[in-house]
Design a protein around this ligand. Sequence first.
Ligand code: SAM
Ligand code: SF4
Length: 430
Amino acid sequence: MNEYDSNRILDITKKINYFPTKIISEADCYIINTCHIREKATEKVFHDIGRVKKEYRNKKKPILIITGCVAQAEGDLILKKDRYVDAVIGPQSYQTINKVIKDIENKKGQFDITNFETIKKFDELNSTNNSNSKVSSFLTIQEGCDKFCKFCVVPYTRGPEYSRSFEEILDEADRLISNGSREITLLGQNVNAYNKKNKRLSDIIYALQEKKDLLRIRYYTSHPKDMTSDLIETHKKCPKLMPLLHLPVQSGSDKILKTMNRKHSVKQYLEIITNLKEKNSKIEFASDFIIAYPGEKKDDFDKTCELMKTVKFINSYSFIFSPRPGTPASDMEKVDEKLARERLTIFQNIAEKIKLNYKKKLLNKVVKVLFENKMSKEKYKYFGRDEYQNPVIVYSKKNVIGQEKRVLIKKFSQHTIYGELIDTDNFLAA
Ligand code: SAM
Ligand code: SF4
């Protein structure tokens, strides 16, 4: 979502002639867009501020603005601690950025803009052309969260759940498609909680399915509680909806899920997986896990490992619990640090093994790849992703960017899969 926000901030600043530059040392304005989800977020910001100061030591000071969730959560501290920072702007008020830049140009002082003005923000975004022309684009449809998991800062930094209007979303999708996007990932902190005037996420997916030049649809990130039957049905009825679902579970222990306030059990989670598989046997799953949550005993941890082995997630993001300031879990007694690290290693080894087995099965299979760009240094080498978001590289004499092609998988490394284009003429072998 920060990538989407960063692009939209740049779309707004273009209106006052501030354009993105690759020559960092010559920027007139420096914007650091931040994330607060896990530890060291604020330290990272101060580190980045230090880098900017060093870069501009013998030059005119650029305008320096901190945006995003760290600005929202700890903006007053940042402004107090460092006079070099001109403004902090929260994630729900970046539509004000042009006024802030103009005021800073006029030397009006330091600014703390951290109100929740989500409606005004999307009003501004709707009237601002989304200039993204990537083959694969993000489109925010929902923001914020009302679920208050005990470990999470999102309800405090992004505010309450807000869904954009159905029409605005489809307008933005049309613009992205006419800019060249062939894949759209619908975004939200709880994307499947989308609800506006009786329209649900499933309605958006059905509408996108009808867009002629759009080849692929994804949505990210979902909460198990909001996997409603209409949404599950889209995985059967919409061939453009990719067969990979990122569905965070956090833990395989009901006791821990309860103390996290996740509002679902492991059994309910597994029922969702079964329902989805019944609708679409091709579907695979990815997930998020928090290891060593306060109160996690060996037995709870073992259940999380068991769940990983049962579902065989093809991708997973696992982190040790990180106490976030202001959240209820931040006051709970932490699991011993050494034990937490050991558990993370055990868990990630299991996850890696499962992923490796999955990748091995891909060898000599034909997969569909949507090509996103050319590899920067290598002639005839193109990068794309298969339906399960695996990165795939092929050689081709012809430009295949923006096209979906069948690829025979030949080999893989830790992060990339290599293949040969098939059913085309004039292609070099990988
Ligand atoms: N809304 C989604 C859900 O309910 O599953 C997740 C969105 S959250 C922004 C992304 C991920 O960050 C979570 O799934 C969780 O695994 C991780 N996360 C959030 N707070 C964390 C914390 N305090 N410590 C470790 N990981 C955390
Ligand atoms: Fe955070 Fe997701 Fe829980 Fe909301 S549902 S509080 S975003 S983890």
